[in-house]
Design a protein around this ligand. Sequence first.
Ligand code: HEC
Length: 142
Amino acid sequence: MLKLRVILVAFAITFIGSVSANHKSDHSIKERLAPTGKVYREGDDVPVSKPAEVASTGNRDGETVYTASCAMCHSGGIAGAPKTGDAGAWNDRIAKGKEELYKSAIDGFTGDAGMMPPKGGCANCSDEEVKAAVDYLIEQVK
Ligand code: HEC
């Protein structure tokens, strides 16, 4: 009777061993055959990366703001805009004082020469960025 038990246990160990060995190789084959990508269908819980932060305002420098929002008119003196760096066009304006020019640029200014749109039309420019662009414009006048 004892002999039979030992044989049964021996069988059992052999059997379990072969099953787990089979299981292992089966698993690694599946792994090797797995597709590299995954298809998501509508309604699936898709892992999404967060969208990039919207270009922040308040920290672009004057030259960047000028290039993006002011140069289109001021670099060529378009539509009556005082041309960048042209002392003749700027000296009288600079004489009004920086604060006055900041105000014109932020709120807009319509004079004899034409129409300066508020913030040059830059909807996401902060007041500080527009002021920096004014400083940049003033610096260009030699
Ligand atoms: C659509 C064209 C246009 C754009 C864009 C524009 N300007 Fe002007 N700007 C003008 C015109 C035209 C004038 C002159 C208005 C006048 O004196 O009749 C002017 C005048 C100015 C003045 C002088 C204001 C004064 O009180 O004499 C400043 C400063 C100025 N612009 C800054 C800027 C800045 C900074 C930007 C960009 C953020 C900008 N402008 C974008 C057309 C533009």
